[in-house]
Structures are given as C-alpha cells and as structure tokens.
Design a protein around this ligand. Structure first.
Ligand code: FE2
Length: 302
C-alpha cells in the first residue's frame, strides 16, 4: 500500500506515515532534510502561587538537560494554576510566582500561549482594571499580543488565542490575521493553541458519557473547528497543530494537518496521572522539508 503513495501525498500527510515510530521523522526519506529547530512544548503547568515550585523546577531542569537539546520552550497555556474567577491579589501572586520560577530556573527563550485558566475575570475589578481579562497574562508572559507569530528558519510558528467571553474558538479578527500569516506557502506552518482545534481526548472523559451518547462541552476544543478546517484546506503548508487543555495526549491526522494534544506538565493538576497520562512535556523537531518529529517525555518518571 505504501508503495502506491506518491511522494507528494507522503509529504502532505506527514506524520501519519510513521505514526508508530517513537521519535522518527515523519515524511518520505527525502535526500538530505536538515533539522532547523528543536523545542520543548510544555503545556498546562498549572503552577500555583506556592507549593509546587520544587516539582516545576525539576521539570525545567529535565527540559534544559534533555539530550535532544531544545533551543526554546513554548508554554501551551494554563501556565499558572487558575486565576479565572480569582481576585487580582490572588492572580498577582500566581503570576509573580510563575515569573520568578522562570527567571531563576530557565535560561532558554520562552514563548507563551494564553490558556483559559490564565484569564483573570474578576467581576469586582471590572473593565477599569487593565489587568482584568488577559491583561495579567499579557504582562506576565511578556507577549506582544493575545495572538502572535515568530519564525524559525522556514517555519512560522503561529500562537493562537482560543478562549473568549463568548466561548472557545478562533475569532474572525484572529482568523483573518492567521490567514495572512500563512499565505506565504514557502513557510511551513505550526499552529499552537491552548484548546485543541481537533482532538479525540474528549471521548475518554467519562463525564461526557450520558444516556448512550457523548456530550462534549464546546469549551474542550474550538467550536468553529469545521470552519477552521475549511480554511486550512487552502493552506497545504500547515503541517502541525499543537495544543494543551485536555491533559491527555493524542495525535489526530485530518486532511494534511497533524493535531497533537500535548498532555500536561502537571499531570492531573499535580495530583498524579490523568487518565493514565503521567506529567509530560513534548520535544518537537522541525525540518527544512516541512517534516517534523515529536517525542513525549514523562519527566517525573524519566
Ligand atoms: Fe489545564
């Protein structure tokens, strides 16, 4: 069967070709693909104001001494424990501890995604507090905007913002921007979001199992996934989409895009494994031919 697949199809479907390989490069054996970036994807750290610093420092140490030598870290959101519904004072304590932990223990460049638990919606603060909503996160994570991008060689890494007052989706303003970021088809695109754009992890969550059907809350993946998929079909250069949020690990091949949900650095919010997934981070390698590889590291067991 594989022999009938063209080179174009192989490259287009990328990772599905070698999904069973632990850390193989997922494309046809191109003549001399060159690795252009290696990074760590650390999502759902959920660092509280105090109490888990020793463990998160160990995770940072593991990443920075990883034999694959990541050059930077992408934090996938829910970086702090949970500031949603909390007072500004509580939020400040969590963000301050996050900044301190990073400053004192991480030397690699860091890029942050905003997760739902990084958004401080304190009604008492109202709109007059510039830090309400995503203000705290923008400041503490030192990011230029709620969505942004950066380039590594011929890859463009597009950071998305998926949680809003009116739900979980990629809003129209953001989608127009994303399309403009992807229009140079010579660039291979990596999308990173907190909520998965597409995931199967929801179906493992037993809370969705009701009356012989699956009842999946809209906030567990982007509500406008079908529209995004339609748009993505115009961009064959989209290779990979990373996410967090579900604290589980999956890999979904759909059209030409590979969707990877990256587990959680904190496992079950620092309380053991989550649906059999221990605390984890992901090492990702990007190649100049648009191929990539990823490896899960169960860092507390490694
Ligand atoms: Fe989370």
């Amino acid at each position: 069967m594989a022999s009938k697949v063209s080179r174009r199809q192989l490259i287009g479907t990328g990772a599905s070709v070698a999904g069973a390989i632990a850390f193989g490069r997922f494309t046809e054996a191109a003549p001399h693909p060159h690795k252009v970036a290696t990074f760590a994807f650390m999502t759902d750290c959920h660092l509280p104001a105090s109490g888990q610093n020793e463990r998160i420092i160990k995770a940072f140490e593991k990443v920075q001494s990883d034999p694959r030598k990541p050059e930077f870290i992408v934090f996938g959101g829910d970086n702090v424990f949970a500031v949603d519904g909390k007072s500004s004072k509580d939020a400040e304590a969590q963000f301050t501890n996050w900044q301190k932990a990073l400053k004192e223990n991480v030397t690699l460049p860091c890029y942050h995604v905003i997760g739902n638990h990084d958004i401080c919606n304190d009604p008492a603060e109202g709109e007059s507090d510039p830090r309400a909503g995503k203000g705290f996160a923008l400041e503490a994570f030192a990011i230029p905007h709620r969505f942004y991008s950066f380039d590594k060689a011929n890859w463009r890494i597009v950071i998305l913002d998926t949680f809003h007052r009116d739900g979980c989706h990629v809003d129209s303003e953001q989608l127009e921007w994303v399309k403009s970021e992807m229009k140079d088809l010579r660039k291979s695109i990596l999308l990173v979001s907190h909520a998965p754009i597409l995931t199967v992890t929801s179906y493992i969550e037993t809370s969705t199992h009701k009356n012989g059907a699956f009842h999946v809350p809209a906030g567990w993946m982007t509500a406008n996934a079908a529209k995004l998929r339609d748009e993505f079909r115009n961009f064959p250069n989209i290779r990979l989409a990373l996410s967090g949020h579900m604290h589980q690990i999956d890999r979904v091949e759909f059209d030409h895009v590979t969707y990877v949900c990256g587990g959680a650095v904190s496992g079950a919010w620092w309380n053991g494994d989550y649906y059999h997934f221990p605390p984890a981070y992901i090492i990702v390698e990007l190649y100049d031919d648009g191929s990539f590889a990823h490896k899960t590291v169960y860092w507390e067991k490694a």
